[in-house]
Write a protein that binds this ligand. Structure first.
Ligand code: HEM
Length: 955
């Protein structure tokens, strides 16, 4: 209980109550008075909220009682007033309706103070988000490698979530470093194996050498029993889906064409994504655009996924081929074959075939008993992540011996990546093209050299070239400092000679190459955390939250975030600042300056002692790898437009010169586009154009018709949009409603729930949503429900009863097959989102958990973020966003005094011709010609100087 806050709210409320009553006339209050009344009610509710929170901020013992992002009436009223109350009955999280969490319109009008309600709203949102994150860590970690039974039970008296070393994470005898880490004895990485990020990702965790390395199994975030619903392995699953699911039912190509295709106003100008001859600017492919996010951001996230995970091996799947739909449709809830007319109308292809996804294990998973409950020991099938799971820039530097051979170093300075000049532009040049002896697939011929070359287009070429240049910029600066002060201590240490000072001149080219890799990987992680994500989720709570993730939660400048977190963590886990006791959650979240640098400031740090080098990581009892569900929510193909609006820096940047189909830049075709048009023009092009909204009817046409020469099929074409659905089914991702329940979000009870409850009745937006709901109903169907069938154990009804097939509807009624909706369809159908969210709340909840974990688990972002590994120059480069001191941005965008963003600095450094274009840019992922307006505005308005930009003419 906090009497001081309580008394404060009551006193202010009482004074407002007096102020708004007219004692003489007793007349109804004016507008101003009604605002005061709302303010008073909110303040009175705040008093109640303080009492409510004693209960509400408790982390529940069982998953059935999770928070679901829904708060008490008093809390909603205190933090968001009447607006927040209005949407409490919907499935969507409440915090998006709090004061201050949107644009200017989210601030109250007529109140005595706008600042205090906004602060309450934002602080409340942060508290809700932290509560969700801690619950996610507690309830959603399921490792497939064999550690799960110990996690549930305990090991030698240590509680599952506190276990830190697992035999499953040992290197196998076939690994070349098996003996170096200790062979069949205790395995501990040492020496050169701990100094850098190894190619295959081994030895990031010193005591668990195999964790996160290439080839380890994908994890899960959902109970194993709910994975692979198509197999109908248990009674709950059979009750949930009847007998309705299979790999190709409902038909994925039919879903793709009916629900996900971009609707074209002039199909002849789009040509199914292939545009017009000569890249004519008269081409047009309509797509729904996000006003606050640019195409560079779309390619950025593809660039990231190529670092984090891959199901494919060198661009291929398993040898067997499968059908991919365009075969049936649902008529009166029965699947019937498509007629030739249906096929022609839909434009799908029955003869497409695709190689099946690899499966690592499909033998029965085995079970164990604990607390009277029988658990599966792993998912019914598992898949391997062929990439390193670490945020180690492996898309640039490789993830195994084969991919490393694709990475070209500069023979003139082996610390650098090779960049070659092209005609017209001398330095710094471009990545070399693959040669005849490079280990590549034939379809990658002609592409620029990269560790991860798959699904390459000009956007990936841009980012790979940019970061290769950044690598070399760091090396050049290191060499400059080394020339000036060759005998100075560079900060680096060798665990073999820990006391020996390493001078700048002692650093070998190989060492400098690996240091530059560490720096580039950390810059990428920083850009993603503090620049890409706050623009993806463009509102104040997420700005604060993401900066907290990077700079420190309870550390300096923690502010509102610090309060939110301490309220929850201290109440549930107590307070301990001892980083060594990382089983105490408080220390995990709070010690040191934050996640970044966590444990790196420990006194007496000893590079030879894992207590220090490994002491800052925390895996919460479950070895780190991405879960299948994470891959699913990163199927973000709608972000990509069909046509790129090409611009020329030397002409008028406001003019679109050509419309270049993305597909015309596919694979090796990207190289001439990059090299003849120049990286500066591509920066301008990708920076100015808006990306596609993640919503229904917005998937690229070219991806529905992608030609893949490697395919052994009659069409050699594939509908990637349909494939997104098929792959999730192959990987056993639970369908949308159970997916939400598993992640602690509120379930839907009919397709109508997808509609935005705030949409204006009869508006075009609402009509479109109604149409989408009708199509969902046609595609997924309905059934007569049976209330005797329990369908889940992930949550219970509000009255504590089990959730059954009728989802609250009367027994025996015809209800929507909402349980069957594919997750990748469901998250695109979420029309209600918090302000500035380019993704849905379902996708977001997956990010909350896994984005935190990939920082928490990586010692190079925690206890090894130190000069001994990065050099002093490297640490400062990451912290200051480049050489020299921090450079501050002008003014206070959205009220924050902040450094010039890391990506803007990298662009300025490595593509200087963009200087004038970038001058007004605050966040490199916000369309460069947009006026950011006031406080988190999403308006599509030109900034001064860009009034004649073509993209504002026809919006
Ligand atoms: C720009 C052009 C793009 C092309 C040509 C492309 C193509 C493809 C193809 C063909 C696949 C299927 C692989 C398979 O399962 O056999 C795929 C998978 C995938 N794509 Fe894209 N994609 C593009 C952009 C993006 C973007 C912007 C994202 C955003 C994150 C993305 C995320 C993914 C993911 C997560 C997968 C699943 C990968 C896996 O299972 O390992 N793609 N893409």
């Amino acid at each position: 209980m906090k009497p001081s806050w309580f008394t404060f709210f009551m006193l202010v409320a009482a004074s407002l109550l007096n102020a708004q009553t007219d004692p003489i006339s007793g007349q109804s209050p004016s507008d101003g008075a009604s605002a005061k009344l709302e303010e008073t009610k909110a303040l009175l509710a705040c008093g109640q909220m303080v009492a409510d929170q004693l209960v509400a901020l408790k982390i529940p013992d069982t998953r059935g009682l999770r928070f679901q992002g829904k708060v008490s009436e008093a809390t909603a009223l205190c933090q968001g007033g009447a607006q927040a109350l209005q949407f409490r009955g919907t499935p969507w999280v409440d915090w998006g309706n709090y004061w201050g969490t949107g644009d200017m319109s989210s601030l109250p009008t007529g109140f005595i103070s706008k600042k205090l309600p906004a602060q309450r709203g934002v602080a409340g949102a942060l508290e809700d988000l932290e509560l969700q994150r801690i619950e996610l860590i507690k309830f959603n970690l399921f490792d497939n490698t064999g550690t799960f039974s110990e996690y549930v039970q305990c090991h030698n008296g240590v509680g599952g979530p506190s276990i830190k070393v697992w035999p499953e994470m040992r290197l196998q005898p076939s690994n070349p470093n098996y003996n170096a880490v200790g062979g069949d004895g205790d395995q501990v990485c040492k020496g050169d194996l701990i100094r850098w990020r190894t190619v295959t990702g081994t030895c990031n965790d010193i005591l668990n050498p195999a964790m996160g390395s290439s080839g380890m199994l994908f994890a899960r975030n959902v109970e194993f029993e709910t994975a692979f619903p198509d197999l109908g392995l248990d009674q709950l699953t059979r009750n949930r889906h009847g007998n309705r699911l299979s790999l190709l039912e409902p038909d994925p190509q039919v879903i793709s064409r009916r629900l996900l295709t971009r609707i074209q106003s002039s199909p002849d100008k789009c040509q199914a994504g292939y545009g017009l001859p000569n890249d004519s600017k008269d081409a047009n492919c309509d797509y729904q655009k996000a006003p606050f996010f640019n195409v560079l951001a779309a390619y950025w996230i593809q660039f990231m996924t190529h670092d984090w995970f891959s199901h494919l091996d060198e661009g291929h799947n398993a040898p067997e081929y499968m059908k991919v739909g365009c075969a049936t449709k649902l008529v009166n809830n029965v699947e019937v074959p498509l007629t030739p007319e249906d096929i022609a109308k839909l434009g799908c292809r029955p003869d497409d075939r695709m190689d099946k996804s690899y499966v690592a294990q499909d033998t029965p998973p085995g079970t164990f008993e604990s607390g009277g409950h029988t658990y599966l020991a792993r998912a019914p099938k598992t898949m391997a992540n062929t990439n390193t799971a670490w945020w180690d820039a492996s898309q640039l530097y490789g993830f195994d011996d084969t991919s490393r051979q694709r990475v070209k170093r500069d023979p003139a300075d082996m610390a650098k990546l090779l960049l070659v000049p092209v005609a017209g532009e001398q330095v710094p040049g471009y990545l070399p093209v693959f040669g005849p002896n490079d280990p590549i697939n034939p379809e990658w011929t002609g592409q620029e050299a990269a560790g991860f070359p798959d699904n390459w287009t000009v956007g990936l070429s841009f980012l790979h070239n940019l970061f290769a240049r950044e690598h070399n910029s760091f090396v050049a600066e290191f060499r400059r400092v080394a020339a000036q002060t060759p005998n100075a201590d560079c900060g680096l240490r060798d665990p073999a000679h820990p006391k020996k000072v390493i001078r700048y001149k002692d650093v070998t080219p190989d060492e400098l190459f690996e240091i530059a890799r560490l720096v580039v990987a950390a810059e990428i992680a920083k850009i993603h955390t503090t620049e890409w994500t706050p623009q993806l989720l463009y509102n104040e709570p997420l700005y604060l939250g993401m900066n907290g993730n990077w700079n420190g939660l309870l550390g300096e400048n923690g502010g509102l975030l610090s309060k939110a977190l301490s309220d929850i963590v201290v109440r549930n886990f107590g307070r301990s600042k001892d980083v060594a006791k990382t089983t105490t959650w408080y220390s995990v979240f709070a010690s040191g300056p934050g996640i970044f640098g966590l444990g790196s400031k420990v006194p007496g740090y000893d590079i030879t002692n894992p207590k220090y080098t490994n002491g800052g990581v925390n895996h919460f009892g479950s070895p780190f790898n991405f879960p299948e569900e994470f891959v699913s929510v990163y199927r973000l193909h709608p972000l990509v437009p069909d046509l790129l609006e090409y611009r020329d820096l030397k002409a008028d940047p406001n003019k679109i010169v050509k419309r270049i189909p993305v597909v015309e830049t596919f694979q090796g075709k990207a190289t001439p586009f990059m090299q003849t048009m120049g990286i500066g023009n591509w920066g301008l092009t990708l920076g100015r154009q808006r990306l596609g909204l993640l919503t229904l009817h917005n998937s690229p046409m070219f991806l529905q018709n992608l030609k893949l020469s490697r395919l052994d099929s009659p069409t050699q074409q594939i509908d990637v949009v349909a494939l997104d659905i098929i792959r999730d089914r192959e990987h056993g991702v639970p369908r949308f409603n159970e997916f939400r329940r598993q992640y602690g979000l509120r379930q839907m009870t009919s397709f109508d729930d997808f509609m935005d409850p705030g949409a204006t009745p009869g508006s075009p937006a609402q009509l479109e949503e109604q149409e989408a709901v009708r199509t969902l109903r046609e595609l997924y169907g309905q059934h007569v429900c049976d209330a005797s069938k329990v369908i889940t154990d992930a949550q219970v009804n509000e009255d504590g009863s089990p959730i059954n097939d009728c989802l609250g509807h009367p027994d025996g009624t015809l209800i929507d097959n909402i349980e069957d909706v594919d997750t990748a369809v469901g998250y695109l159908a979420e029309y209600r989102r918090p302000h500035g969210f380019a993704i849905s709340e379902t996708q977001f909840v997956v990010f909350i958990l896994n984005a935190s974990r990939r920082l928490f688990s990586d010692r190079f972002f925690t206890s090894c973020f130190r000069p001994e590994f990065y050099t002093t120059l490297g640490i400062n480069w990451v912290n200051h966003n480049g050489p020299g001191p921090v450079v501050m941005e002008k003014g206070a965008p959205n009220g924050h005094v902040q450094p010039v963003s890391p990506l803007k600095r990298i662009l300025l450094r490595n593509i200087p011709e963009l200087a004038s274009e970038l001058e007004p840019v605050i966040n490199a992922f916000d369309p460069w010609a947009r006026d950011r307006g006031q406080y988190y505005s999403l308006a599509w308005k030109p900034r001064p100087g860009a009034e004649s930009d073509d993209s504002f003419a026809n919006q």
